[in-house]
Design a protein around this ligand. Structure first.
Ligand SMILES: C[C@@](CO)(OP(=O)(O)O)[C@H](O)COP(=O)(O)OP(=O)(O)OC[C@H]1O[C@@H](n2ccc(N)nc2=O)[C@H](O)[C@@H]1O
Ligand SMILES: Nc1ncnc2c1ncn2[C@@H]1O[C@H](COP(=O)(O)OP(=O)(O)O)[C@@H](O)[C@H]1O
Length: 276
């Protein structure tokens, strides 16, 4: 049996640089990953099966299609391997929430199947599978801090900030990534700078915040609540929202903020963790 964590993805900065002819947008983004997320379990079996459990499972219950089974099928096709597999997805992060839940699940499935078939994690066919499954999936396969370009798949790993305490907060509303991109105003506000990661992130922005807030104004309340917490290093919305995060100078500051958020908004989803 193989267990994999689908580490949740954060965009420390997300600059939209232009619209492309293929329906995607040209991005520059600082990807980071959280040491927690959904959990995948895979085991060889007599017949294929797929079960979803966990606190956020209900949001996916009605959907026949899942990025996990798509990743499984594509992997088998590209690597020409057989063998049934029983997969369980413990869904712990909210669906359609800007932290790459589905992308991270697909990536974890690819990593687990590669391990099961003794295929190297850097095999170009694995990266091709990832690119075919979604713009964020290649970054999620590697799950290291990286600058992403293109539609997010062209990656340059960068150093810094592993272990930084982080708090993720979601107000319980799903946001469609395609709808948020469609509302971007088309203005290129410039590149991400070079140098220290935290300085670059702080000087950067999330260009999808304005369009996401237009669809879900509650995102503004999440950002305000996080900004009110003590000792934050960076407060920002991730991806196309609605999850926002704060990075902290200490574990104590993060834990105090988690208590503060729980008290103010007991109905909002929270995850206290640290950067990978
Ligand atoms: C915005 C980001 C930032 O990391 O994250 P999430 O909000 O999804 O977490 C990503 O670019 C999302 O990546 P991913 O979720 O893999 O998107 P895909 O399945 O490839 O595309 C979904 C839709 O988003 C839009 N899209 C996505 C990526 C991109 N560079 N330009 C786009 O315009 C397109 O409308 C596309 O049809
Ligand atoms: N394993 C999965 N987890 C989450 N969403 C999934 C999964 N498989 C398919 N989806 C679909 O992908 C959509 C985007 O979900 P998700 O990847 O969580 O978005 P985001 O990257 O914005 O957090 C969902 O609305 C859902 O319909």
């Amino acid at each position: 049996m193989i267990e994999e964590t689908a580490w949740a993805k954060l965009n420390l900065a997300l600059h939209v640089r232009g619209r492309r002819g293929d329906g995607y947008h040209e991005l520059e983004t600082l990807f980071a990953f959280v040491a927690d997320g959904d959990r995948l379990t895979l085991a060889p079996a007599e017949a294929d099966s797929f079960a979803i459990t966990g606190p956020c499972a209900a949001a996916l219950a009605g959907e026949g299609d899942n990025l996990v089974t798509r990743a499984r099928d594509l992997f088998r096709e590209r690597f020409a391997v057989n063998g049934a597999v029983a997969i369980t997805l413990d869904k712990r992060v909210p669906v359609a929430s800007g932290i790459g839940g589905g992308s991270a699940d697909a990536a974890a499935t690819l990593r687990a199947l590669a391990a099961m078939h003794m295929i190297d994690g850097g095999d170009p066919r694995l990266i091709q599978c990832a690119e075919a499954l979604g713009s964020d999936v290649p970054a999620c396969v590697r799950s290291v801090i990286a600058l992403g370009r293109g539609r997010g798949e062209a990656l340059t790993p960068i150093a810094g900030m592993a272990g930084t305490p982080v708090l993720l907060v979601n107000p319980g509303v799903g946001v469609s990534t395609a709808s948020v991109f469609a509302r971007w105003d088309g203005v290129d506000r410039g590149a991400i700078g070079e140098g220290d990661l935290l300085d670059c992130a702080r000087a950067g922005r999330n260009d999808l915040e304005v369009p996401a807030r237009a669809l879900q104004p509650v995102i503004g309340e999440v950002l305000t609540l996080l900004e009110e917490q003590a000792d934050t290093l960076l407060v920002r919305m991730s991806g196309s929202g609605a999850t926002c995060f704060a990075m902290f100078a200490s574990v104590d500051a993060r834990d105090a903020a988690a208590r503060g958020v729980a008290e103010a908004r007991p109905d909002w989803w929270r995850m206290a963790s640290e950067l990978l």
